[in-house]
Design a protein around this ligand. Structure first.
Ligand SMILES: C[S@@+](CC[C@H](N)C(=O)[O-])C[C@H]1O[C@@H](n2cnc3c(N)ncnc32)[C@H](O)[C@@H]1O
Length: 227
């Protein structure tokens, strides 16, 4: 009889968790040493996703690559909607490059989980904010602490709130427009879903932004303000 059949289920789960954690820790250390190299290293990004272990929800490799490339290229504060693996990776870049990352998260349990990871890796340039979803009338969206936030975000990583929020991710532009730089870029994930694709087009129509659909596997879009 194979030995693994003798291992009780809870012990197996604990072992799996330890192995994922070890994998993530090792891959994250490699990423932090040379974040630019990760752009051409899909294996490393894949390893980070597997180690993070929330694969149904974490940003996919193609979207992450573009997010990381822009975070490394653009100067200025970054706004993120919806936290997770991307928060750790962009948080590491922010630490390395002397930038600020502001991340909005509505779910208290998930907020605690991501906060623990940020503390574990001492990512102090990341401001993770517990921002409840508020009803704005036509749509619902996060309630951000505008009075504390920077004036001009240059990049927005838009991977939340979840799709069952009334209006989905639409609220970003009406609520945050005044806090985005005139040439800010929004990277909107999940535009292979009709609701997110409609939001990208609507933002383009309402703000004159240039909308480009990208991605081979799961689609995402770049929305560039200022044409
Ligand atoms: C698509 S996820 C954001 C993922 C993040 N960009 C990443 O790379 O991991 C959007 C929101 O879903 C929620 N979420 C994350 N993981 C979840 C899970 N396993 N089950 C339910 N909700 C989850 C969190 O509130 C998060 O802000």
């Amino acid at each position: 009889m194979p030995i693994k059949r003798w291992i009780p289920h809870p012990v197996k789960q604990a072992l799996k968790h330890r192995i994922s954690d070890w994998r993530f820790n090792r891959a994250f250390a490699a990423f932090r040493r040379a974040p630019r190299l990760a752009l051409s290293n899909r294996d490393l990004l894949g390893e980070l996703r597997r180690g993070w272990g929330n694969e149904g929800w974490a940003a996919d490799t193609e979207y992450l690559e573009v997010v990381l490339e822009r975070a490394l290229a653009l100067r200025g504060p970054v706004l993120e909607c919806g936290s997770g693996l991307s928060t750790l990776l962009v948080g590491a870049i922010a630490e390395h490059e002397g930038m600020e990352l502001w991340t909005l998260e509505h779910h208290p349990g998930w907020f605690d989980c991501v906060r623990k990871q940020l503390n574990r890796y001492a990512l102090r340039s990341t401001r993770l904010i517990l921002a409840p979803i508020e009803d704005y009338g036509e749509f619902s969206w996060y309630r951000p602490p505008l009075e504390d936030m920077p004036g001009r975000f240059t990049l927005v990583i838009c991977d939340g709130p979840p799709g069952d929020t009334p209006g989905g991710r639409y609220g970003l532009l009406p609520v945050m427009r005044e806090r985005l730089s005139a040439t800010a870029e929004i990277l909107l994930d999940d535009t292979s879903r009709p609701a997110e694709a409609r939001i990208a087009r609507r933002w383009g129509q309402e703000s004159g932004a240039t909308v480009t659909f990208l991605g081979r596997d799961n689609g995402f879009a770049s929305i560039k303000l200022g044409g």
